[in-house]
Design a protein around this ligand. Structure first.
Ligand code: AMP
Length: 188
């Protein structure tokens, strides 16, 4: 079976961790645009330098740059049985760009991870301390949450209209949340 899925939710919802677990269950790769950018930043590529200037401010990297990077990644052979996208699409324009990229290969589902705002800021500040991510400081977190509610949240409504959206409670123990996600995907 092919599974072309998106995991969706605010920064700090635990998307990255849960995406890895869900993708392992489904035997498909996760594709995180944030991780792809961080890889470029670590390697010091031109794309990495460009992305860093947006990421360090909590802003979105321009769509054209992000989509070109994703297009390349979707051509890798490991995506032939599907993929779990994490962090894309992040605005309504990217929803359409993804439709174009996929063509006949439509998405099978979009899973929204729902969490309280309070929990988010706490989780992100903790991650900033643990992982040293430069965009996990309080000011940048605030900007990322603002960008999320302004640009990314409307993406859920679009997928809901298409009957693709399932919302999963993202609060609680990591294992519990993973089980909920697996149940939601298996039920789709
Ligand atoms: P993430 O790892 O998903 O939290 O992403 C970290 C940062 O990378 C975001 O705050 C954005 O600056 C950038 N980014 C990740 N995905 C996208 C995307 N789909 N479009 C634009 N910028 C993105």
């Amino acid at each position: 079976m092919t599974s072309r899925l998106v995991i969706f939710g605010p920064p700090g919802a635990g998307k990255g961790t849960q995406a890895e677990r869900l993708a392992a269950h489904l035997s498909i790769p996760t594709i995180s645009t944030g991780e792809l950018f961080r890889g470029h930043m670590r390697e010091g590529t031109e794309l990495g330098h460009l992305a860093a200037s947006y990421i360090s401010r909590g802003e979105l990297v321009p769509d054209s740059v992000t989509v070109d990077m994703l297009k390349d990644r979707l051509q890798d052979p490991d995506t032939s049985r599907g993929f779990l996208l994490d962090g894309f699409p992040r605005n309504t324009a990217q929803v359409e760009l993804l439709d174009e990229l996929l063509g006949d290969k439509r998405l099978d589902g979009v899973i929204e991870l729902a969490v309280d705002e309070e929990a988010i800021v706490e989780r992100l500040l903790k991650r900033g301390e643990l992982e040293g991510r430069s965009d996990d400081t309080e000011d940048v977190i605030r900007e990322r949450l603002r960008v999320y509610s302004e640009q990314t949240a409307p993406v859920a409504a679009l997928y809901k209209e298409r009957g693709l959206l399932t919302t999963v409670d993202g609060m609680g123990e990591i294992d519990e949340v993973t089980q909920r996600l697996i149940a939601a995907v298996d039920a789709q």
